[in-house]
Design a protein around this ligand. Structure first.
Ligand code: TXA
Ligand code: MG
Length: 357
């Protein structure tokens, strides 16, 4: 299959491209499209056959449920059997935007979408291309991130082609996605509501509207994966083993430098994925190793503006992976705000190799 890539202007989204993509979705086809978080691989959520195509294209296990995307909050009753009050409150506050709520599943939504669960994850994305596509399609669209299973999520149409080129018919290219990490997932079928995945809406923002919301870390083993399907520990991992360093900034920088020196002395090519501030403040001998190409330093946004780090995160991981280091050492933007989502993704990329200094 050849994959067509159609560039879509955003203001307003090119009607010809949107109509062609909407038509394909209604006919049961797959379309990759930009959302404000990452690119999604969409299929008609009311068609079990179309949805099965998503799992095949991604190589995703059928036990990992999909998020259903809607044009607006009014469509919620098409996919939800009921809407818990917390879901209403969160939707009113954060839709359209990078928030997913888990609600009871409407019988019209095939079990293929939800991995057989009686709940369904739903969101209304904010990206103009996603909104135009959902409006034109007129059907709810099930869409996981448009990557092969367990790979970093795509934040450009080029990443989608690297992942799924030849496996899907159409990619709408709306440029790089602004948020850069996936939506925050909140389970609203339990009281109090539980954050199942940190993402583009921060815990601090959620607490303003749902003060009793709780966080459940799902960096789990197989048993936990049953509780929160799809939240597997190994995810986003580059080919080279990645280690995440967390703690006070100065201590992390010193420890990163020590370990980079030691590994380079062993002849290993070391990738450093760090905020720009740390890349600029490298110890002189580590900077010298970088100049020799023995340490590959890749700055990923700014520690003081976690949003810039989130936006750059997956692209930087891919970039570094392509340079084939032997090991990757990473530091992050701390646990607050969007930093929580960045830490979650890097912890999964590290498959649990987290050094607390
Ligand atoms: O930002 C996003 O959420 C992106 C864009 C494309 O919208 N989508 C995305 O989808 O990240 P995906 O498939 O990569 O991650 C969805 C995750 C699943 O892995 C699963 O953990 C969780 O959502 N999920 C979906 N339905 C669920 C349910 N009924 N109960 C619990 N978790 C669910
Ligand atoms: Mg994903």
């Amino acid at each position: 299959m050849t994959t067509e890539v159609r560039v879509v202007t955003q203001t307003p989204p090119d009607p010809a491209a949107i109509d062609a993509a909407a038509d394909l979705l209604r006919r049961g086809g797959l379309v990759a499209f930009p959302t404000e978080t990452v690119y999604g691989l969409g299929a008609n959520a009311l068609s079990a056959e179309a949805v099965r195509g998503v799992f095949i294209a991604k190589g995703r296990p059928s036990t990992d449920p999909l998020i259903v995307h809607l044009a607006g909050v009014d469509d919620l009753s098409r996919v939800a059997a009921s809407v818990p009050p917390a879901a209403r409150t969160l939707a009113a506050a954060f839709w359209p935007g990078p928030l997913t709520v888990i609600v009871p599943r409407h019988p019209d939504v095939p079990g293929d979408v939800t991995a057989g669960l009686e709940t369904v994850a739903v969101r209304v994305p904010a990206h103009p291309v996603a909104r135009a596509l959902l409006l034109a399609a007129g059907v709810p669209v099930a869409a996981p991130s448009a990557n092969r299973f367990s790979r970093p999520s795509p934040t450009t149409a080029g990443h989608v082609c690297d992942e799924l080129g030849g496996r899907i018919p159409l990619v709408l290219d709306g440029g790089a996605t602004p948020v850069g990490v996936e939506s925050t997932i909140v389970d609203c079928t339990v009281t109090p509501p539980v954050v199942r995945r940190a993402g583009g809406v921060t815990l601090e923002q959620l607490r303003v509207v749902v003060p009793d919301i709780v966080v459940r870390e799902e960096h789990g083993d197989a048993a936990e994966a049953q509780v929160a399907p799809g939240q597997l520990l190994r995810h986003y991992a580059p080919s080279a083993p990645l280690t995440l360093y967390v703690g006070p900034v100065d201590a992390v920088c010193a420890r990163l430098a020590t370990d980079a020196r030691r590994l380079a002395a062993q002849g290993r090519r070391v990738g450093l994925l760090v905020p720009a501030e740390d890349a600029l403040a490298l110890a002189p001998d580590v900077a010298a190793l970088a100049a020799q190409g023995r340490v590959l330093v890749r700055a990923c946004g700014s520690r003081t503006l976690p949003q810039t780090m989130a936006t750059a995160l997956f692209a930087t991981l891919r970039h570094l992976d392509a340079e084939q280091p032997d090991v990757v050492l990473a530091s992050d933007a701390g646990p607050a705000g969007l930093g929580a989502a960045i830490r979650d993704r890097l912890t999964r990329a590290a498959e649990g190799r987290v050094v607390r200094v």
